[in-house]
Every structure is written in structure tokens, then in C-alpha cells.
Design a protein around this ligand. Structure first.
Ligand code: S3P
Length: 418
């Protein structure tokens, strides 16, 4: 599908972004092994979370609307065929952790993009825990008991941390993960809410073997990474006034908001509340004042990895040179996001130079509508759509149907706000 997006004079209105993708995956996966029925309202409607739900279905878990019928820690059954994780790295890596600890063996497969992504980062620690694990193709489980380890991930990754913790639920002794940067902590928070013995001390998470997990009852907060597109869009389209209702503001997710505020964006929060230990608030955005160039390095890049494509769009409108570095992981996502954003933004007249681990972006540049390629990556498609809102004329985004992965209503929301 080609999406046509025209320049907007203003963005105005209130929207509810989709349920958080990371929390949705975890609620389904942990709900699947809880003792009893979990209620998970407001799940992400995206295709990635649907991939997790259908893999769990193949493992014998019934998911009926917002109800997940937990089968208990030992209740999963072997799937009759490979588990198809679609485009979803989170599905593949988190399920690899859970399934490595099962007495049966599982094979996990994915689409062309997912098949190219590195899985040795989960296979390594799972093998250290005594699991059967191999890649490629990714096969886990069917061995004997696991034992806890102390794991120091070489690359900051919440997916790897979560895979080790999920396996650790079944492992003899203690499992700990010691990070260099604190990545999103939804797994730890949810495990705690479900009664597991998990302790967090700075960058260290420690977990004991767990005999049973209590079911969940949760309204999934809105996805901050989806809200990020509107935070930037309403900040750079003049005269805008946008409210985002019920967004998850877990501090391990909101580094982009802090950075945008420091750079001169006008962001505000109201109605702070908690949902199953996750902080939630309404967010308000108005156009930015004078903006200062962005400087991002390793730790910061890891904290806002999913938001960097749209941050690159913001950088094109800031006077001076913005340097986004330490983001080599962007090249390992659903696409090589460093290359895809460089190509898309430069086709629109921006001055973006890709580096091995980020971009150097000179601004401000007046963008022009162009034909650009999403390369089948949902976050690239949405970031380029934000750029299109400030570009003269019309922009055509190829492969725009990929927004289905995380934000099926994205273009409806864009039309409503513009
Ligand atoms: C996610 C972790 C991040 C992120 C992805 C979702 C998660 O990946 O990019 O969109 O839900 O744990 P990495 O763990 O590979 O950094």
C-alpha cells in the first residue's frame, strides 16, 4: 500500500494510542503460565502481539478477547509445528526464554526480516543455564533442568534480559541479570505483580525459581513508543495542540520526552496514575519554541532506541548539527533503520549523513514531498509520515501497510489530527 500524506497546517485533538506492545507481549506470555484466568484489557491490536497470541494458542493456551486462560507453570504443551513469530523479535526472544525451560522442544520461525535478526544473543545465555538451544534455525527446550546464572548482557536489550528471566522462573537457584544501561523493566514489574520473588537493585535484577504465578488484572497503558510520533509531530507542526490519553510513562521508556523537553519542546503531563505498577498519564504537546541541537550517545540511545527514527525527523528542523550516536543496534531492528531513515529523509531534502552507529543531521531544512520507501518497517513508515506533515506538497510512502505491526490506526489518527 502507498500512503499519501500531505503537509499539515496544524494538528489538533485528543487520541488514545494503542496498548503498549511490550507490556501486551508480556501479559500474554506470563498470563499463559499463571495459575488461573488473567484479564488483560486494551492489548495492542498490532500484528506483533497477534503473533505472540497465536504462538501461545499453538502451545495450548486459550486466549479469548481480554481473557488469558493460564495453564500453570508446567501446563504448556508442545506445538504440532514450528511457532511462527511473524515480524516480531519480542515474540521470538521472549518465547525462546520460556520454551527453553520446557520438557519439550520447540522451533521458532519468522518472516524474512526476523529470520535475518540475531538470535545468538538469547541462545548464548540459555545454553549457559543448561538449556538445549541452537540457532539457526532457532530451536529450544526438550532438555533436563536449568540452573540460574549471573548474566551480563554484552548489548543492552530488554528482550534478552526478559528471555533469561523467563527461563530463570524454572531454574534451580538464583538467576540474575546485570545490565550496563537500565532497559525497559516491564517483565520485572509484572513478575512482581504476579507474586514472583524478584528484586531489583539499580542495574541488577535477581529472580528465584517460581512455583506459581498469580493471574493478572490489567488495563494495558498506551504505548509511549507510538505516542512518540505525535510528540514530535505536534512539536514541529505549527499551531498544534494534541492530547494523548492514558500513555505509559514508565521512566525506562520516556527518555525521549526528557530529551525533547531539554531541546525546547513543550510537553506536559496530567492525571498521573498507576496500572499494575506501571505509571500512566495523559500527555499534552504544543509546538516547540527555539530548539537546541540534539546530542545522543550510547546509554541514551539504548533508552530511546525505538524512538530514534522519529527523533531524526525532529533533528532536521533544529538549527545546527545534531549528532545521534551509540545506536548501532538500530541496524539490527526490523530493518536497518539507520540506512532507511537516511534514504527517506534525504529524498525529502534533509541533510542526514549515516554513521556506523547513528546519524549526523544538519538543520533546519525545508522538506519537500517525495516518494519514499518504508522498507516494510513500521517505525520507518510512521517516522516518514511525520516528516511528510512538514514537507511541502505530498509524500508517498511505499509499503505503508507495515504500520499494522504496532499501530493499525496510525493513518486514521493522522487524518483525524490533521
Ligand atoms: C523490546 C525491546 C527492545 C525494543 C523492542 C521491544 C521489548 O528491543 O526495540 O521494540 O519489548 O523488550 P531490544 O531488547 O532488542 O533492544
Amino acid at each position: 500500500m502507498i500512503a499519501t500524506v500531505r503537509s499539515a497546517r496544524r494538528l489538533e485533538g485528543a487520541i488514545t494510542v494503542p496498548g503498549d506492545k511490550s507490556i501486551s507481549h508480556r501479559a500474554l506470555i506470563l498470563g499463559a503460565v499463571a495459575s488461573g484466568e488473567s484479564r488483560v484489557r486494551g492489548l495492542s491490536a498490532g500484528a506483533d502481539v497477534q503473533s505472540t497470541a497465536s504462538c501461545l494458542g499453538a502451545l495450548g493456551v486459550e486466549i479469548d478477547g481480554s481473557i488469558v486462560r493460564g495453564r500453570g507453570m508446567g501446563g504448556l504443551r508442545a506445538s504440532s509445528g514450528p511457532l511462527d513469530c511473524g515480524n516480531s523479535g519480542t515474540t521470538m526472544r521472549l518465547l525462546a526464554g520460556l520454551l527453553a525451560a520446557q520438557g519439550f522442544s520447540s522451533e521458532l520461525i519468522g518472516d524474512e526480516s526476523l529470520s535475518r535478526r540475531p538470535m545468538d544473543r538469547v541462545v548464548g545465555p540459555l545454553k549457559q543455564m543448561g538449556a538445549n538451544a541452537a540457532w539457526p534455525p532457532l530451536r529450544v527446550g526438550g532438555g533436563t533442568g536449568l540452573h540460574g546464572i549471573e548474566y551480563h548482557p554484552p548489548v543492552p536489550s530488554a528482550q534478552v534480559k526478559s528471555a533469561v528471566l523467563l527461563a530463570g522462573l524454572y531454574a534451580e537457584g538464583k538467576t540474575s541479570v546485570i545490565e550496563t544501561v537500565k532497559t525497559r523493566d516491564h517483565t520485572e514489574l509484572m513478575l512482581e505483580a504476579m507474586g514472583a520473588t524478584v528484586t531489583v537493585d539499580g542495574l541488577t535484577v535477581e529472580l528465584e525459581r517460581t512455583a506459581s504465578l498469580a493471574p493478572l488484572d490489567i488495563d494495558v497503558p498506551g504505548d509511549f513508543s507510538a505516542a512518540a510520533f505525535w510528540l514530535v509531530a505536534a512539536g514541529i507542526v505549527s499551531e498544534s495542540k494534541v492530547k494523548l490519553v492514558g500513555v505509559g510513562v514508565n521512566p525506562t521508556r520516556t527518555a525521549l520526552a526528557d530529551l525533547l523537553t531539554t531541546a525546547g519542546f513543550h510537553l506536559a503531563r496530567s492525571k498521573p496514575r498507576f496500572e499494575a505498577r506501571e505509571p500512566v498519564a495523559d500527555l499534552h504537546v504544543r509546538p516547540a519554541g527555539d530548539l537546541r541541537p540534539l546530542r545522543i550517545d550510547g546509554g541514551m540511545a539504548a533508552e530511546m532506541i525505538d524512538e530514534l527514527p522519529v527523533l531524526a525527523v525532529a533533528a532536521t528542523q533544529i538549527a545546527g548539527t545534531s549528532v545521534i550516536s551509540g545506536a548501532g543496534e538500530l541496524r539490527m531492528k526490523e530493518s536497518d533503520r539507520v540506512a532507511a531513515m537516511e534514504a527517506g529523509l534525504n529524498a525529502m531534502g534533509a541533510d542526514v549523513v549515516a554513521q556506523a552507529d547513528g546519524w549526523i543531521i544538519k538543520g533546519p531544512r525545508r522538506l519537500e514531498g517525495a516518494r519514499v520507501d518504508s522498507v516494510g518497517d513500521h517505525r520507518v513508515a510512521m517516522a516518514l509520515a511525520v516528516a511528510a506533515l512538514i514537507a511541502d506538497g505530498k509524500t508517498e510512502i511505499e509499503g505503508a501497510e507495515c504500520v499494522e505491526i504496532s499501530y493499525p490506526a496510525f493513518f486514521d489518527h493522522l487524518e483525524y489530527l490533521a
